[in-house]
Design a protein around this ligand. Structure first.
Ligand code: G16
Length: 543
């Protein structure tokens, strides 16, 4: 088969964000757009001739078209084996596992995560390296640089591969292997968790509601929760992945999983509610009568992980992204473990996990995971919670209360201002940065600002520096407000404001979050002038 060199010209907007390149589907449908980015990935890598590449996606609209293009291009560029999940499906954590398990050189993951899907909605491409994790900034910077100068891409003239039939076909010099997307991942979960204990819990009448949000986790959750753990049929809702997620926003938060939340707060609530996002790496945990914030979930999982066989030896350390609450820090302190604070983006955890410095990582953006793969993992978090509940035989709310009585409670909320004019958002951040030196020592009502900075990260493993990762306003007493711009949106800018108050173990642990942080919320406008800059007087989403 002849390799074709197709002339192309650069697109100016292919800079990867927090997690790969995310754009609207029509942008990706422009001739050569996906091809340019994929070739820019290959041109930024060395030494993959004859090696294996994993390709998988979350099944969203445009998934199959890009997979077919990526197969031809990977073969033309010299990969020897191309592993693809049946139907073009691989959840992001499953793709990470497949890369590791088969010793692949890397993987291309097609997803825009929790963003909506469909002909006018979102699509995305990201590259993961051989450890199974998102490419570090060194590589994403190289991909972007290449995308601005690209003048050709390599492909082959070959028929589409049948993505729905397991087995092998040849495309050029490469073997394309279609694999079961669920089997390897489910086997890994059985190694980590005590399935017998969870089965006994469920057998005793413990009720679970899992919302797969018509996204990729459906087949994984159905196989694991219903087939292997014996939960009744119907435990997994919206379990069939749809290209447009049924018209919903597959974001497992209190806004987009409101029906589940309402049910969990109701009189006949199941014992445990959970949801996962478009590509299966995020999770939402709701006990009967209690929403567990992602930051608290990280802390509670870390404090109890030793109850699961895969973590019985204890943890090497805990890592969290900077805007994530300090709840995990209290656990690390209490257990005598190192705590690492990284910038937002799972890619920053990779080095810590590879070096054995951290075992469990998590983010406020509903991501938790461990060293079993190099992505956050929604179903993993659900199974670790179930394992803990099966051993402790307490409710989620009892576990949470005991946790706060031991470590204190971090009242926490994130306010998002979405679709804001990008120039206005940039001006807001520039102005705030300019005032950082003047803020310490000043007061707003009863709050006194102790310190203010722009977070910079020094990677303790490879020594790399990442600057301008979010503005922190730290108050006396440990409260905090963080401002940063999202790196995952596809239209305009999203301003994220993270608000946190720490209440010690002997303080008032039973307040409403909104009331506990009301003075901090009021201080946001004084500090940043969001209304003045953007005209917005209230956030679009509060989580
Ligand atoms: C991605 C990253 C996460 C990050 C999240 C939100 O998650 O992998 O590390 O916390 O985006 O990022 P931002 O605040 O910049 O929008 P996902 O689930 O979208 O891949």
């Amino acid at each position: 088969m002849t390799i074709r060199e197709v002339p192309t010209t650069p697109f100016a907007d292919q800079k990867p964000g927090t997690s790969g390149l995310r754009k609207k589907v029509p942008v990706f449908q422009q001739p050569g757009y996906a091809e340019n980015f994929i070739q820019s990935i290959f041109d930024s890598l060395d030494g993959f001739t004859g090696e294996a590449l994993v390709i998988g996606g979350d099944g969203r609209f445009h998934n199959r078209e890009v997979i077919q293009a990526a197969i031809r291009m990977a073969a033309a560029n010299g990969f020897g084996t191309i592993l693809i999940g049946r139907g073009g499906i691989l959840s992001t954590p499953a793709a990470s596992h497949v890369i590791r398990r088969y010793g692949a050189f890397g993987g291309i993951i097609l997803s825009a995560s929790h963003n909506p899907g469909g002909p006018t909605e979102d699509f995305g491409i990201k590259y993961n390296i051989s450890n199974g994790g998102p490419a570090p900034e060194k590589i994403t910077d190289a991909i972007f640089a290449r995308s601005t100068a690209i003048d050709r891409y390599l492909t082959l003239d070959s028929a589409d591969v049948d993505l729905d039939r397991d087995g092998e076909t040849r495309v050029g010099g490469a073997v394309v292997r279609i694999i079961d997307p669920v089997a390897d991942y489910a086997a890994l979960m059985e190694q980590l968790f005590d399935f017998d204990a969870i089965r006994a819990l469920i057998g005793g009448g413990f009720r679970i509601a899992f919302d797969a949000m018509s996204a990729v986790t459906g087949p994984y959750a159905t196989e694991i929760l219903e087939s292997r753990l014996g939960a009744p049929a119907g435990t997994v809702r919206n379990g069939v992945p749809l290209p447009d997620f049924g018209g919903h926003h597959p974001d497992p938060n209190l806004v987009h999983a409101k029906a589940l939340y309402d049910e969990m707060m109701g009189p006949d609530a199941p014992d445990f509610g959970a949801a996962s996002d478009g590509d299966g790496d995020r999770n939402l945990i709701i006990g009967k009568g209690l929403f567990v914030t992602p930051s608290d979930s990280l802390a509670m999982l870390a404090a109890n992980a030793h109850l699961a066989p895969g973590y019985a030896r204890g943890l090497a350390g805990i890592a969290r992204s900077m805007p994530t609450s300090g709840a995990a820090d209290k656990v690390a302190e209490g257990l005598g473990l190192p705590l690492f604070e990284t910038p937002t983006g799972w890619k920053f955890f990779g080095n810590l996990l590879d070096a054995g410095k951290a075992t469990i990582c998590g983010e406020e953006s509903a991501g938790t995971g461990s060293d079993h793969v190099r992505e956050k993992d929604g179903l993993w978090a659900v199974l670790l919670w179930l394992n803990i509940l099966a051993v402790r035989r307490q409710s989620v709310i009892e576990i949470a209360r005991e946790h706060w009585q031991r470590f204190g409670r971090n009242y926490y909320a994130r306010h998002d201002y979405e679709g804001v004019d990008s120039a206005a958002a940039d001006t807001l951040m520039v102005e705030l940065r300019g005032r950082l030196d003047a803020l310490p020592g000043t007061g707003i009502g009863d709050l006194r600002i102790e310190a203010a900075d722009d977070f910079a990260y020094h990677d303790p493993v490879d020594g790399s520096e990442s600057r301008k990762q979010g503005i922190r306003i730290l108050f006396e007493g440990g409260s905090r407000i963080v401002f940063r711009l999202s790196g995952t949106g596809t239209s305009g800018a999203t301003i994220r404001v993270y608000i946190e108050r720490y209440e010690p173990a002997d303080g008032d642990l039973d307040r409403e979050t909104g009331e506990a942080i009301a003075d901090l919320i009021a201080a946001v406008e004084t500090i940043a002038g969001i209304a003045r800059h953007t005209g917005r007087t209230a956030p679009d989403v509060v989580t």
